[in-house]
Write a protein that binds this ligand. Structure first.
Ligand SMILES: [Zn+2]
Length: 529
């Protein structure tokens, strides 16, 4: 499902409208060929071995990869490769189960890596294939597994400090149809706060139980079209840290330090990089939209477990097999750099994350209910579409470095609400939040929020017409019968409760209408302050 203005649709020529509409298992974006003067900017990366199926055994690549109608590695080839590596390597454990399948019951295999010894470890989760038409993402995770299998000295050193869960293909249905979305045509990377799709819930439960210190999601971006009719996007890879203000400041700072070091590693190989951005154009003026803090996307959501998170995006959508070696190399250099930083700076990284988690649990600081991006000026490197030359272009940047804070609120001691909202409790639990069941009636004073205004958006996003509210707070006595829910905020994953339960937030239950409210209503989740 896509974001669409009905008024735009009405004015759009038929062929464009057709291309923008969902059709079951048929949502491919056609291949676009880079002009020779553009393509020359993307030679193979020297001095790197890519030990993944497409490079180890090119005969496994179907002919459809070259015409842009499939990726290079069919599901059965991926499964056989993972099983082969796991059989022959003492550190690898292969996981595949009926409990973790796609919407159409394809397997979603993953591999855990551990040396089995006791001791402090950083847990790192790395995934690819969230979007089914971004093949360098899952290929890079396979190449990372190949590197672990082939380089025993490096693997042994890493696994003294780290445990990993590597999940190469999040969206096995999307890869099968070579489309971005899940089989249901729902964008799986917009589902991590509302948790509509069962596949999202399964994967989120696994993420919550693994509880990573570091989370990496490897994607590709669309860089083929000319921006402002004359510039082609030049970056081999975009990397962003988490910007959510409800993540402890030391974790956010560590996250950004990692990004700077990743950029160094990428630059040393002669590759071009930048923070993640999309572009929009008005007249000739280019605006770049950088990473925001919305926890609807998996990598941003994962940070709310007080976790260092990364989005990596190689230039790849609609390129089919063009520059594939360079794309996979760029993503592998980034994931390898993240692991190497975690290992080489282990004491600092471990202490910072664990210390910040403890500080977050005990914090009485205000929570951030709503923020928005700030606007600054920047210079970004593009490729001149006509000459092929690299050039620096002045742009307007919307970014969260830092965001503007719009609403803060005292951190409640707890949230309390009726068992009528068992579905809300279930969402919180999937996100790893401990939700207690009241063993006796709760009788006490709470902060109750009354809806001062409620506005329905005039567009749908992923099937939902969102509601934006303002509220006023009053103290009142309330009785919530036993069997109701109590969410203590003195816990590591409390930030998930903040973004789901504070009604003004842009991933709240009110935003998504899972708790429907109108002006004048009392919001039924109470704050115990
Ligand atoms: Zn993607």
């Amino acid at each position: 499902m896509r974001y669409m203005l009905s008024s735009v649709l009405a004015a759009t020529p038929f062929f464009t409208r057709f291309a923008a509409c969902d059709r079951y298992a048929s949502n491919q974006s056609p291949k676009i060929v880079d002009a020779p003067q553009v393509a020359i900017n993307f030679p193979d990366v020297k001095g790197i071995r890519l030990l993944s199926p497409a490079f180890v055994d090119p005969s496994s690549i179907p002919a459809t990869f070259a015409n842009g109608t499939s990726g290079p590695t069919p599901q059965d080839v991926l499964v056989q490769y993972l099983k082969h590596l796991s059989r022959s390597n003492r550190y690898f454990t292969y996981h595949e189960s009926e409990a973790l399948q796609s919407e159409e019951a394809r397997s979603i295999p993953y591999v855990t890596l551990s040396n089995g010894k006791r001791g402090q470890r950083l847990r790192i989760w790395i995934q690819g294939g969230m979007h089914g038409d971004e093949p360098a993402g899952d290929q890079a995770v396979l190449a990372l597994l190949g590197k672990f299998a082939a380089d025993d000295r490096w693997a042994a050193k890493v696994l003294e400090k780290v445990e990993l869960l590597l999940l190469p293909r999040y969206n096995s249905d999307g890869v099968e149809y070579f489309q971005r979305a899940l089989a249901s045509s729902y964008d799986g990377n917009r589902d991590h706060a509302i948790l509509v799709r069962e596949q999202t819930r399964k994967l989120k439960r696994l993420q919550s139980s693994f509880d990573p210190h570091i989370f990496v999601d490897q994607h590709e971006y669309t860089g083929v079209g000319a921006v402002a009719s004359k510039y082609i996007r030049a970056q081999d890879i975009l990397v962003s840290a988490n910007k959510n203000q409800n993540i402890h400041k030391d974790i956010r700072s560590l996250n950004q330090d990692f990004v700077e070091e990743i950029f160094s590693a990428i630059g040393e190989k002669g590759l071009r990089y930048a923070p993640y951005f999309t572009t929009s154009v008005s007249g000739n003026a280019i605006t770049i939209n950088e990473a925001d803090a919305s926890p609807a996307a998996n990598h941003k959501n994962a940070g709310l477990g007080q976790t260092v998170t990364f989005l990596t995006e190689t230039r790849g959508i609609r390129l089919s097999d063009q520059h594939f070696q360079r794309r996979v190399a760029a993503a592998l250099i980034a994931s390898t750099a993240i692991i190497d930083i975690a290992v080489n700076d282990f004491d600092n990284v471990y202490k910072t994350i664990e210390g910040s988690r403890k500080a977050f649990i005990d914090s009485r600081d205000d929570i951030v209910v709503l923020d928005e991006q700030q606007t600054t000026s920047k210079s970004i490197t593009f490729i001149n579409a006509t000459s092929g030359a690299l050039s620096n272009v002045s742009v307007t940047s919307k970014n969260s470095d830092p965001p503007s804070i719009l609403i803060t609120r005292a951190r409640p001691r707890a949230y309390v609400f009726s068992r009528a909202w068992a579905d809300v409790a279930e969402r919180l639990r999937i996100l790893g939040v401990k939700v207690d069941v009241l063993q006796q009636d709760y009788v006490g004073t709470v902060e109750a929020l009354t809806i001062a205004s409620a506005e329905l958006e005039n567009t749908k996003f992923e099937g939902i017409t969102a509601t934006t509210v303002t509220t006023t707070a009053t103290a009142r006595n309330v009785t919530v019968p036993n069997g109701g829910f109590w969410v203590d905020t003195k816990q590591k994953n409390a930030a998930f409760a903040f973004v789901l339960l504070e009604p003004e937030h842009y991933t709240s239950q009110v935003h998504y209408n899972t708790i429907p409210v109108e002006k004048g209503d009392e919001y039924p989740i109470f704050r115990v302050v």
